[in-house]
Write a protein that binds this ligand. Structure first.
Ligand SMILES: Cc1cc2nc3c(=O)[nH]c(=O)nc-3n(C[C@H](O)[C@H](O)[C@H](O)COP(=O)(O)O)c2cc1C
Ligand code: SF4
Length: 399
């Protein structure tokens, strides 16, 4: 849908809707919030309970995140990566979520230069160093082909496991996002330089994934509208990427995001910058470096309700594809204004981390606003089991 035509009522966010081949019970999705509950790199009982709770709370579709296409693609420890031993657990979690009346998606991606995980190589479009000074290798053309293949194989495994949707991670400075970005992509072959070249990897992945899954599941992409860093992908170029993806025809929706994990991390979140908590989980020289440079590394942005809406409106008016609005959605009023502005769905992260049953209460009219205070202390909980640490200060036992 594009903007709601004058005189026509916007859709009811709490009524059923269609996302590609999937029928959803409403238009409110649980955004990807990495759970840190997979110490054996596959679905754990704790992960199942996390998503069962989200499903029971009324969201139309919960997102398992993040699922790496390979070990090199991991972004953090205790993360699922696609391998044969992960298949049974994926089927189990899909069944449990379905039993609660919700659909299930998985965010599939390659973290590229993000994340320090034992046994993982840091890969980017070009040779560089991370902010912490760690070497990033330039991915070879043969490795690019392998990554494209891995996305297809991963999506196929998810479809076979009964997942309803796959969310391709094209944002947050991860590998595909870094290819799109002139800041990190300095290649001189046909994957670098022009926007068409920088978008080649994203487009190849989309085509391959759609070929693999057909209409067995919805395919969506999480795309940066801006990288939030000087020299990064800007909104004009991002819109051109979105148009190319739209023209390729394999996408059921785009989820609009911004910023990322390689630099200026708080751009993505807004609200409190949990510097003290971040320093506490780092070790040795990294901790010292962060203590000295934390203010610059975690620059603070004041929280605003639906903070990506002004930028996302530019995408809404220029694209025909269904769009998912994300970023600081906390109230029934902003969900309704997203619908009135022509967005087809909204995705909520922190609001549902704090109150998994918020969607049900909003639909019943017993809540009109969430209670998340955007302190962002849950960011650090990804290392011990993702949760709202205000309500659950102690890490859960992961089983
Ligand atoms: C603890 C935590 C973990 C997150 N993990 C992911 C992730 O794995 N993948 C992703 O694309 N975004 C991740 N995000 C970002 C959210 O998907 C979302 O873009 C961001 O929180 C803004 O939405 P919100 O205001 O509704 O929380 C994470 C956010 C939080 C708070
Ligand atoms: S810790 Fe809780 S209140 Fe703070 S941002 Fe996360 S979910 Fe919201």
């Amino acid at each position: 849908m594009t903007n709601v035509p004058p005189g026509q009522a916007p859709p009811d966010p709490f009524a059923p809707a269609v996302l590609g081949p999937v029928r959803l019970r409403n238009r409110i999705l649980k955004a990807a919030t990495f759970e840190g509950m997979s110490p054996a790199n596959k679905v754990s009982s704790s992960l199942i309970e996390f998503h069962r709770t989200m499903a029971a709370g009324g969201t139309a579709m919960t997102t398992v995140s993040y699922v790496a296409v390979s070990r090199d693609g991991m972004g953090a420890p205790a993360e699922i990566y696609i391998h044969e031993a992960a298949a049974d657990g994926l089927a189990e979690i899909a069944e449990v979520v379905h039993a609660e009346g919700a659909k299930i998606s998985a965010q599939l991606g390659h973290a590229g230069a993000v994340g320090l995980v034992r046994g993982k190589r840091l890969l980017g479009p070009s040779k560089t160093r991370t902010i912490a000074g760690v070497q990033v290798q330039a991915i070879t053309r043969a490795e690019i082909d392998e990554v494209v293949h891995q996305f297809g194989a991963g999506a196929n495994m998810l479809a076979a496991a009964g997942f309803d949707c796959v969310e391709l991670h094209f944002g947050h400075h991860y590998l595909v996002s870094a290819f799109l970005s002139p800041k990190w992509n300095k290649r001189t072959d046909d994957y670098g330089g022009t926007l068409e070249n920088r978008a080649r990897l994203a487009r190849r992945i989309l085509v391959t994934v759609r070929e693999q899954v057909g209409q067995r599941m919805a395919v969506i992409a999480k795309l940066n509208m801006t990288d939030g860093v000087p020299g990064g992908l800007d909104p004009a170029d991002s819109l051109r990427v979105a148009r190319l993806l739209q023209a390729d025809g394999g996408l059921d929706a785009i989820e609009l995001t911004g910023g990322g994990s390689q630099a200026n991390q708080m751009f993505m979140f807004r609200g409190g910058a949990p510097r003290k908590e971040m320093a506490a989980v780092l070790r040795g020289p990294q901790r010292l470096g962060f203590r000295l440079a934390g203010r610059a590394l975690l620059r603070e942005y004041p929280f605003e309700e639906a903070y990506f809406l002004p930028l996302a409106r530019q995408f809404r008016s220029a694209l025909a594809l269904p769009l998912i609005l994300l970023g600081g959605i906390n109230t029934t009023a902003s969900i309704k204004s997203a619908m009135a502005g022509g967005f087809d769905f909204v995705a909520m992260g922190r609001a549902l981390l704090r109150e998994p049953d918020l969607v049900t209460r909003m639909s019943e009219g017993t809540a009109t606003s969430g209670t998340c205070v955007h302190c962002n202390k849950c960011m650090i909980s990804i290392y011990s089991g993702t949760r709202c640490v205000l309500d659950h200060p102690e890490p859960p036992a992961i089983s």
